[in-house]
Design a protein around this ligand. Structure first.
Ligand code: PMP
Length: 394
């Protein structure tokens, strides 16, 4: 059965991780993999997480199965964190999933089941796994303009013009905040304009929110998701706790479907549980429980919010310092956009050959499309990376 099998091409980012690990040069810099790093270059377990794990270890008396949709207390806590009071709980179907990736897959599988002919509208560019999952499921997709590479900002006019062509029932994929890979986000006015287009076309938004709290704060980062939730009768949401709780390997995600009312909510919840049953039955519980304990405990929640603020400030400080170092190296404001973008990622506009030169000649690892993780920078590495980028990108 495996004699003639050709293995699928390995994921580019995972391949880059392996190359970095094998590189013996001491000064190498990893700006590829999408994990947060503190100013010491570490990805530590958050203190609030450590405390929650201690509480769970002391209290937990069984590891027996939970439900097919996971623990409702986790779903409730994360729903409130993301949606606030934007929409009554009676309209929201929820299901715990293995990571945000699991939630993206779950939401798209629901679409495939319910409306197999729907077109999924995908921003250009987007997280590579969006394309991978849509293709895997055999769904129709269309690209919409999103990013103006010339000045590193949102292509608002292009985006709105393309989305105006969506049909009722089509799905419009949006990044809730910290767009991956561009770092160019919708501002409140852009969200309002997208809301207008969605109302006019009848297309349904699907918001992938994997970095809540990484841009400008928990409330500000939830604006777009809440705005669309308030205005529209149906919204799909895929949430991840990998980054903002630092729970990467625990696989904590939540799929939410905002529906028009209790009847459709029950049907959507039933479909989600059914889809979980076919794939892996029960979603992972430990990380979800950690999140729920933190969010429902005043002291732990305060501690987590403080730690999250520090992570956000580190990234935004790195952005400003890197843009400044590049200004000094290039004598121009060509990379000034880096300071205004948000989240871990930005595109530096490098060709594949320039990405290779950065890696081979300078030991600087960025993804093939020129995506760079600003959290991978530190005070000590910023000057050298800026010098190399200025030299290689000319
Ligand atoms: N969506 C986007 C846009 C992401 O960047 C990520 C993380 N790379 C995810 C979803 C999900 O990540 P995870 O499955 O690790 O929670």
């Amino acid at each position: 059965m495996f004699e003639d099998l050709k293995a699928p091409e390995a994921d580019k980012i995972l391949r880059l991780m392996a190359m970095f690990a094998a590189d013996p040069r001491p000064g190498k810099v990893d700006l590829g993999v999408g994990v947060y790093r503190d100013p010491q270059g570490q990805t530590p377990v958050m203190e609030a997480v450590r405390r929650a794990e201690t509480i769970i270890a002391a209290r937990q008396r069984t590891k027996s199965y939970v439900g097919l949709a996971g623990d409702p207390a986790f779903a409730d806590a994360l729903r409130r964190l993301i949606l606030g009071d934007a929409v009554p709980a009676e309209r929201v179907a929820t299901c715990a999933t293995p990571g945000g990736t699991g939630a993206v897959r779950q939401a798209l599988e629901m679409v495939q089941r319910i409306t197999p002919d729907a077109t999924i509208w995908v921003p250009t560019p987007t997280w590579v796994n969006h394309h991978a999952i849509i293709d895997h499921l055999g769904q129709k997709s269309r690209a919409y303009r999103y990013y103006d590479a010339a000045d590193g900002t949102l292509d608002r006019e292009g985006m709105l013009a393309d989305l105006a062509q969506a049909r009722a029932g089509d799905i419009v994929l949006l990044h809730g905040c910290c767009h991956n890979p561009t770092g160019a986000d919708l501002q409140p006015d852009d969200w309002r304009a997208v809301g207008d287009v969605l109302e006019q076309t009848g297309a349904i938004p699907f918001i992938d929110i994997a970095y809540l709290g990484f841009a400008d704060g928990l409330e500000a980062d939830a604006f777009g998701t809440r705005h669309l939730a308030e205005r529209l009768s149906e919204v799909l949401i895929a949430a991840s706790c990998s980054k903002n709780f630092g729970l990467y390997r625990e696989r904590v995600g939540l799929c939410m479907a905002i529906t028009s009312g209790p009847g459709p909510r029950a049907a959507a919840a039933g479909l989600m549980a059914h889809l979980n049953r076919q794939s892996y039955a029960f979603p992972p519980d430990h990380g979800a429980r950690v999140v729920q304990v933190i969010l429902d405990d005043r002291e732990l929640r305060g501690m987590w919010e403080d730690e999250l603020s520090l992570m956000r400030e580190t990234m935004n400080t790195n952005r400003a310092a890197f843009a400044e170092a590049l200004r000094a190296e290039t004598g121009s404001d060509r990379f000034g956009f880096l300071a205004g973008q948000r989240g871990m990622f930005s595109l530096i506009g490098a060709t594949p050959a320039q990405v290779e030169t950065l890696r081979e000649d300078h030991g600087i690892y960025v993804v093939g499309d020129g995506r760079l993780n600003v959290a991978g920078l530190t005070k000590d590495t910023i000057p050298g990376v800026a010098r190399a980028v200025a030299r290689v990108l000319g």
